[in-house]
Write a protein that binds this ligand. Structure first.
Ligand SMILES: Cc1cc2nc3c(=O)[nH]c(=O)nc-3n(C[C@H](O)[C@H](O)[C@H](O)COP(=O)(O)O)c2cc1C
Length: 313
């Protein structure tokens, strides 16, 4: 008997748990020369806003020990051009496309959720709440449970598409922001976005990236992300998707055992765009070697008190 790789995130059925992370695969089509999107569980598209954005000026990326720092500045074509020019090309694929979106006010989030919610090629919407709230003095929506509740509830009321909230690791208590999102009607949580970071060229006494501060991603982020997935999945009853530094099957399995039902691969794609194939094959092999009949049966095995199942013969 083969391993059952399919997994559901609420009402969304993924053919397998390996997906691509937002911002690391453009609008999906950009990966085409490297990857067959149909072999993936899902593809999280680059974050979209109503107005679009040209992003920050270069340099916008700096490779650091165990990862990279980016301050792309959420460059994107805008919701309407995406729906007009990109979305129709995604309709023929057999994978779950998820649109990542953001705003700087609650109304901007709502407008984007409403417009994207009409697009048939999208299986779900992923809300990026690691953005400054210009109405509340620029603090990130994602660090304040009350703001998380407000923006999630407003978007929940604006669309019937599955709404997945991407948590920021910068909240003082990420379990509080997770619960706020769940209470407001989120269908799933994706954990985590990048951590603020900085790098300096000491010879030139210049910042490595023009924005000075960027988001740290890659292997350095993984232990933080695994911890957050573990903590969050203990306090919510909606599905959790894990992201942060996943490069290998063992990395992905850490997230699944901690409580994630699926994983996203981001920074690792810049090193090896085909690594999702190896990650999936390695997860399947692990299930076979350890006697798990499905990926589903691995989810959350590290939660307190959960016994490891006996090996199947
Ligand atoms: C270049 C780059 C662009 C990103 N853009 C977005 C984005 O538009 N929206 C978003 O929610 N996350 C974005 N992220 C964060 C990733 O989706 C992911 O949460 C993070 O990088 C951690 O995963 P990783 O270590 O596998 O890259 C971006 C990350 C990188 C490296």
């Amino acid at each position: 008997m083969g391993v059952d790789l399919a997994i559901s995130i609420g009402s969304v059925r993924l053919k397998n748990p390996v997906t691509l992370a937002s911002g690391c695969c453009g609008y999906g089509l950009d990966m085409e020369p490297h990857l067959d999107l149909n072999r993936l569980g899902g593809v999280f598209l680059k974050g979209l806003s109503m107005a679009g954005s040209e992003g920050n000026r270069p340099p916008r990326i700096w490779e650091t020990g165990g990862g990279m720092i980016n301050a792309i500045g959420l460059q994107n074509v805008g919701v309407a051009p995406f729906l007009r020019e990109k979305a129709p090309k995604l309709r023929g694929y057999d994978t779950a496309f998820v649109a990542n979106f953001y705003g700087h006010t609650v109304d901007q989030y709502v407008e984007a959720a409403r417009a994207l919610g009409e697009e048939p090629c999208l299986a779900a919407l992923e809300m990026n709440i690691s953005c400054p709230n210009i109405q509340e003095g620029g603090i990130q929506f994602g660090t304040d449970p009350a703001s998380v509740y407000k923006v999630t509830k407003a978007c929940r009321d604006a669309t019937s598409k599955p709404l997945w909230v991407k948590l920021s690791p910068n909240a003082a208590d990420v379990t509080a922001t997770a619960k706020a999102a769940e209470d407001a009607g989120a269908d799933a949580l994706t954990c985590i976005n990048t951590m603020p970071a900085m790098a300096i060229d000491v010879e030139k006494r210049e910042f490595r990236i023009s924005n000075k501060i960027g988001g740290l991603s890659g292997p350095a982020l993984k232990p933080i992300a695994v911890r957050i997935v573990y903590q969050v999945s203990k306090v919510v009853s909606i599905p959790v998707v894990g992201i942060g530094g996943i490069c290998t099957a063992a990395d992905a399995l850490e997230f699944v055992l901690a409580g994630a039902r699926a994983v996203q691969v981001g920074t690792a794609l810049f090193v090896d765009p085909q690594c999702p194939y190896a990650i999936l094959a390695g997860m399947e092999d692990y299930c076979l070697r350890h006697g798990f009949p499905s990926v589903e049966s691995l989810v959350g095995q590290m939660r307190d008190g959960a016994p490891m199942p006996k090996c199947h013969e």
